[in-house]
Design a protein around this ligand. Structure first.
Ligand code: ADP
Length: 177
């Protein structure tokens, strides 16, 4: 009974008993996947300012042990994304990496693929696959001074990566044990 309840096939009501939910195991797994939200799985985003040098960005990537850095302006609005390959590509050239700001090599707004706290992890994972990228910034639109939402300005409140999705996958496997 306990196993069938955990699998979502039976529902347990205290002092009433067990009843059949009518869900197949696959439906229950699907529901569990769709219930996982970005806000419950997001990790800490690593940010650099747009005038940070490529050299310092490489150091930050090593020190923070991440594969993607998010770039912000003085107001902390999201302006860009820098990945490992972006940094490698710029290191192939002959420029002095201490003289090149990340703003020159980053992928910039409005071309950044975003995710939101209330989006499902499944939607975020689909974006990683569809756009062939490793990470998404979790953002909140910034309110304008008059209370209106400015579409292009976002505050970064987290990060979703392929590792996040792997962790959720492991959790899902443990739920079904
Ligand atoms: P890697 O460079 O390690 O393969 P990615 O696959 O994430 O890492 O990056 C591939 C390209 O996509 C890079 O040029 C990077 O700037 C860009 N990129 C990474 N994340 C995003 C994102 N969330 N939105 C838009 N472009 C991105």
């Amino acid at each position: 009974m306990a196993i069938l309840t955990m699998a979502g096939i039976l529902d347990a009501r205290p002092r009433v008993g067990y009843f059949y939910t009518g869900k197949t195991t696959m439906q229950a797994i699907g529901e569990s996947i769709k219930n996982k939200r970005v806000k419950d799985y997001k990790s800490v985003p690593i940010l650099v300012k747009e005038n940070t040098s490529v050299y310092d960005a490489i150091c930050t990537m090593f020190l923070e042990d991440v594969g993607t850095l998010f770039v912000v302006n003085e107001q902390n609005d999201l302006v860009g994304v820098v990945s490992r390959k972006d940094l490698l590509r710029s290191a192939i050239g002959k420029q002095n990496l201490e003289d090149v700001p990340v703003s020159i090599i980053m992928t910039r707004m409005p071309n950044i693929i975003l995710t939101y706290p209330d989006e499902t992890l499944h939607e975020a994972a689909s974006k990683l696959i569809r756009y062939q990228i490793d990470a998404l910034p979790v953002v909140r639109p910034k309110q304008g001074k008059d209370g209106s939402q400015t579409e292009t300005k976002y505050e970064i409140i987290g990060r979703i990566t392929k590792t996040t999705i792997t962790r959720a996958y492991v959790d899902l496997g443990n739920e079904e044990l």
